[in-house]
Design a protein around this ligand. Structure first.
Ligand SMILES: Cc1cc2nc3c(=O)[nH]c(=O)nc-3n(C[C@H](O)[C@H](O)[C@H](O)COP(=O)(O)OP(=O)(O)OC[C@H]3O[C@@H](n4cnc5c(N)ncnc54)[C@H](O)[C@@H]3O)c2cc1C
Length: 383
């Protein structure tokens, strides 16, 4: 059987694209196959992101905040980010929402098995997975082959891991203020490199707290646990609490160019370069990218678009910051403090969304130490 679109990897990007295709009046009759090694039944991750207006996955937003704390040694402030809202979606709610929509659709098929190969042909592509062969006009692939903790990239690339362990905690007594989340708290030891805590209150008794690092080495598991315990006890001073659940993750922060479209294969998600190299945020980029693909398919019948020049500008900013952090030219704490301490967090969020114009970028970048950044940018340009 020939499919119009085969989506390899039914995670965040694959399912986002599939739901968007289903919602398109012009494309909803297309035959779609989604290939993954598993049907998701666990809450394997939570996604947070900021946005100004509700998007497709608004019905599964679990919590939201418009006040974000930022803390470092020299600066503490509650940032009002309106009209942006910082939102959290639980993986399991996202998967369930997508399955409910897609599994009832007669033109969508799921196939479960390990991806073996994707082969390009002049006007189609073949996917071999779980010992079976499938043919499609286009393949949208979100399965990358990089080992995140040992990526084996050429030395010219910067590679930091954003690695984190999160605890879902519950206190016996009401404790948390649900109105404000902590985006970054750098008042923890910086001995491993850029390190901060992140706290998302989910009710007056429950929160997700994450110990997060941007470094080249993972820590032993006990070190994350120890840091979470220390923060809960000594900083938050949580009264009697229970750890209900945990999450651990690694997000690649790199200037390595993940696959670009080749013939009939279009990369998606992290595999398609949708992880912001300097922050690790991916969810919103995936939403913008998949919406754009659907738009292109509706307009031209093909998923391709020319990469806008702004993309290269932001790639340069990201690579510059990665160079600064990877080579310890400045501390991450100092960089993020300077970004947020001059006010106007909305502009910083817009900048981190790659949506500012050049003048706005100058305003944001002017906050940073100019000499090291100018030098690092020049080294990136000449690289
Ligand atoms: C724990 C965690 C928390 C995160 N939190 C945030 C956040 O708060 N905000 C944010 O913006 N980003 C976050 N990210 C980063 C990013 O948004 C996620 O990694 C996101 O899931 C990436 O989407 P994706 O579709 O590229 O990959 P995935 O969602 O990982 O999807 C890839 C799919 O491919 C399947 N697969 C993989 N290999 C094979 C194979 N060989 N054969 C068959 N199937 C295969 C997997 O089962 C999976 O379903 C987080 C990442 C992690 C790991």
């Amino acid at each position: 059987m020939e499919y119009d679109y085969i989506i390899t990897g039914g995670g965040c990007a694959g399912l986002s694209l599939a739901v968007r295709l289903q919602r398109s009046a012009r494309l909803r009759d297309k035959k779609i196959l989604i290939v993954d090694r598993e049907r998701k039944t666990r809450n394997d991750r939570t996604w947070c992101f900021w946005e100004r207006a509700p998007d497709l996955f608004e019905p599964v937003v679990y919590s939201r905040w418009q006040q974000l704390f930022f803390h470092s040694e020299d600066f503490s402030q509650q940032l009002n980010i309106a009209p942006y809202t910082y939102k959290m979606i639980r993986g399991i709610d996202f998967y369930t929402f997508c399955y409910q929509e897609l599994e009832h659709s007669p033109n969508v098929t799921f196939a479960y098995g390990e991806l073996e190969r994707i082969v390009n042909h002049p006007s189609s592509a073949t996917v071999i997975a779980g010992g079976r062969t499938f043919h499609g006009k286009y393949v949208f692939n979100s399965i990358h082959t990089i080992q995140l903790d040992k990526p084996n990239l050429a030395p010219k690339h910067h590679y930091l891991m954003q690695h984190f362990k999160g605890w879902f905690v519950r206190t016996e007594e009401p404790f948390f203020n649900q109105a404000s989340a902590t985006l970054m708290d750098f008042r923890v030891s910086q001995r491993h490199g850029t390190t901060f805590m992140y706290v998302l209150p989910l009710s007056d008794r429950e929160a997700l707290m994450e110990y997060t690092l941007f470094t080249q080495q993972l820590l032993p598991q006990e070190a994350y646990t120890e840091a979470l315990r220390d923060y809960a006890t000594n900083w938050l001073k949580l009264p009697n609490y229970q750890v209900l659940d945990e999450e651990f993750g690694i997000i690649p922060m790199t200037d390595y160019a993940f696959d670009s479209p080749e013939g009939r294969i279009i990369p998606l998600g992290t595999a398609g370069g949708q992880t912001k190299a300097s922050s690790g945020y991916t969810f919103r980029y995936i939403q913008k990218h998949t919406a754009d693909i659907v738009h292109q398919l509706e307009a031209n019948g093909t998923p391709f678009r020319s990469v806008p020049f702004t993309h290269r500008r932001f790639a340069l900013y990201d690579a510059t910051l990665l160079r600064i952090l990877a080579q310890n030219k400045l501390k991450g704490e100092e960089v993020f403090t300077r970004l947020f301490m001059r006010g106007d967090p909305q502009r910083v969020l817009k900048f981190l969304d790659n949506e500012t114009n050049f003048l706005e970028e100058i305003h944001v970048m002017w906050r940073l130490p100019q000499l090291p950044f100018a030098k690092a940018a020049l080294q990136e340009i000449l690289k």
